[in-house]
Design a protein around this ligand. Structure first.
Ligand code: NAP
Length: 304
């Protein structure tokens, strides 16, 4: 689109009401270089001031109409069926959204030669020998992970120009919908609630704005391929929770260490996971903030 003499890059954000989607929509809307269309499952957008349409990505014809009408340069897909435990019992819907939905997006992005940027996860790995590089062999141990790996593979074989961004444990200033992990810990401990946190799951929690900046760089540099975008340090969920409690001056005695097997969750979890960011650091100039820097930003934004 031509506006005040600038040719804007057209970006379609799919899943704009989700945790990452809402932040990404706000983040990209701050740039004058982009013409955005945000779409998500709900009737209405959480984010004001950005053009919005409702879209169910499992409806192939609707995906086709939307992509062919908007004719984006980039399609960013952050929509997904993300309930890991429910994916075990609701396999059909998890597959329909995470695989068939992504196939629809990839097909019509390819049709108009748009560049597809798609969000994936460390749950494609078995968690035996993390943190992982982009080259490590995936071996999902739960159904959610299988759907996310199948989505990656369908993109890779679709012919579309693509960037797959793998991330893990997203957190940050989420304004709409369920609170993120940091906010949940703060709310729980401030209300005197005891929380049971696993000591045997390791990964590098990723700050939402770090991943938004990385996506921005992918667009700016036109980078294709697979990129790990994880947080600054790998640590256990228990240590992460203690660091949150330390920073926000919360009662650490309410944090009870447990093992993953104690939770008896329907979906097995990769234990020794996490993502090595070296490729993104080298090729995108990716520089994740330290945990305490991100906590300071959350504190400032939410006044908590
Ligand atoms: N959160 C994490 O810790 C994490 C870690 C690694 C990777 N990821 C990946 O990052 C991406 C974003 O995750 P997130 O945490 O932001 O997820 P989220 O909060 O669950 O958001 C996903 C969004 O997709 C929408 N959606 C679901 N089914 C849809 C459909 N059929 N058509 C259109 N939209 C649909 C959801 O709408 P409803 O809410 O109405 O269903 C929601 O708005 C996902 O690809 C996820 O796999 C997340």
């Amino acid at each position: 689109m031509i506006n005040s003499g600038i040719i804007k890059t057209r970006i379609l954000i799919i899943g704009s009401n989700g945790m990452l989607g809402q932040r990404l929509t706000e983040f990209l809307s701050e740039s004058k270089k982009f013409e955005l269309l945000a779409v998500s499952a709900e009737e209405k957008s959480f984010i004001r001031g950005v053009e919005y349409k409702s879209l169910d990505i499992t409806l192939k014809q609707k995906v086709k109409e939307l992509i062919l009408n908007f004719f984006p340069d980039f399609v960013i897909n952050v929509a997904a069926y993300t309930n890991v435990d429910k994916s075990e019992s609701e396999k059909e819907i998890a597959w329909k959204v995470n695989v068939n939905g992504v196939e629809n997006i990839a097909l019509y992005s390819w049709t108009i030669d748009a560049h597809l940027i798609h969000l994936s996860t460390d749950y494609i790995f078995d968690g035996k020998s993390g943190p992982y590089t982009e080259e490590d062999k995936p071996f999902p141990i739960n159904y959610y992970g299988r759907t996310k790996l199948a989505a990656e593979n369908s993109i890779r074989t679709s012919g579309v120009r693509f960037t797959i961004i793998r991330s893990n444990v997203l957190y940050g200033p989420v304004k709409f919908g369920r609170p993120d992990y940091v906010r949940w810990v703060i709310n729980s401990l401030r209300s005197g609630k005891e929380i049971r946190i696993v000591t045997d799951q390791f990964n590098n929690p990723t700050y939402l704005d770090d991943i938004c900046s990385a996506i921005n760089k992918v667009i700016e540099y036109n980078k294709e391929g697979i990129y790990n975008i994880g947080g600054f340090e790998v640590l256990s969920r228990y240590e992460f929770t203690l660091r949150i409690a330390d920073y926000f001056l919360l009662d650490k005695t309410l944090i009870k260490p447990i093992l993953t097997e104690d939770l008896k969750q329907p979906a097995p979890r990769p234990l020794k996971s996490g993502l090595i960011n070296l490729k993104a650091e080298t090729e995108l100039g990716y520089k994740p903030k330290s945990l305490e820097e991100t906590f300071a930003l959350i504190k400032k934004e939410f006044d908590i």
